[in-house]
Ligand binder design. Structure first.
Ligand code: S3P
Length: 177
C-alpha cells in the first residue's frame, strides 16, 4: 500500500490528536497544498467555530462541514492536497460515506488522556472548541469512546500516534509514498 500524492490525503481523529500539525508538516514535505477544515470554515463563514456553534448550533455547523468536505473533494485542483478534518466530522453519516469512498484517510489515534491534556494545553484555546466548554471531561471521554468505530468506518488506515510526535507521524505517512 502506497500514498498517492495525486489524490487527497485526509487526516481524521479526535480533538487534540495533532491533525493540524501533522497535516501542515506532511503537506510541506510532499510539496502539496494543505487545508485545515476548521480554519477553512472560519474563513468561509467569516466567523469563529465558537460563533458558528452559538448561532446555528452543532447541527448547523455539521451541515457546513459536510458542504465544505464535498466542495473540497469535488474540486479538480484539489487532486493533490492534504486535508485535516475537524474531530467531529465522522458524526455525520454523509461525511463518513464520502470519506469511506476515499483511498487515503488516516485515523490518527491517541489515548483520551493524552488528547485531553493537549486540548487543555492547546495551540487553539479552549474557547475555540465549543464542545469542550459545553461538556465535562467525563462526557468528552464518552464521546471519544463512542466515536472510535465511526473513525474506523470512515478511514482506511489507523495510526497509533501515542509514542510519536507530529514530525515522526508525518514522516511515517510520507514514507508510504
Ligand atoms: C469538533 C472538533 C473541532 C471543531 C469543532 C467540533 C468535534 O476540530 O471542528 O469544535 O466535534 O470533535 P478539531 O478536532 O480540529 O479540534
Amino acid at each position: 500500500w502506497k500514498v498517492d500524492q495525486r489524490m487527497p490525503i485526509i487526516l481524521t481523529g479526535f480533538m487534540g490528536v495533532g491533525k493540524t500539525t501533522v497535516g501542515r508538516i506532511l503537506a510541506n514535505k510532499l510539496g502539496v497544498p494543505f487545508v485545515d477544515m476548521d480554519y477553512y470554515i472560519e474563513a468561509r463563514q467569516g466567523q469563529t467555530i465558537a460563533e458558528i456553534f452559538d448561532q446555528i448550533g452543532e447541527s448547523g455547523f455539521r451541515l457546513i462541514e459536510f458542504q465544505v468536505l464535498t466542495e473540497l473533494l469535488e474540486a479538480d485542483e484539489n487532486a493533490s492536497i492534504v486535508i485535516s478534518t475537524g474531530g467531529g466530522i465522522i458524526e455525520t453519516a454523509e461525511c463518513r460515506q464520502l470519506l469511506a469512498q476515499q483511498d487515503q484517510v488516516f485515523y490518527l489515534q491517541d489515548t483520551f488522556e493524552t488528547s485531553w491534556q493537549r486540548i487543555n494545553r492547546g495551540g487553539r484555546t479552549q474557547n475555540d472548541r465549543p464542545l469542550v466548554n459545553a461538556n465535562s471531561k467525563k462526557q468528552m471521554a464518552a464521546k471519544y469512546e463512542r466515536r472510535i468505530p465511526l473513525y474506523e468506518e470512515a478511514s482506511n488506515y489507523r495510526l497509533d500516534v501515542h509514542q510519536t510526535d507530529a514530525h515522526e507521524t508525518a514522516e511515517v505517512i510520507r514514507k508510504m509514498s
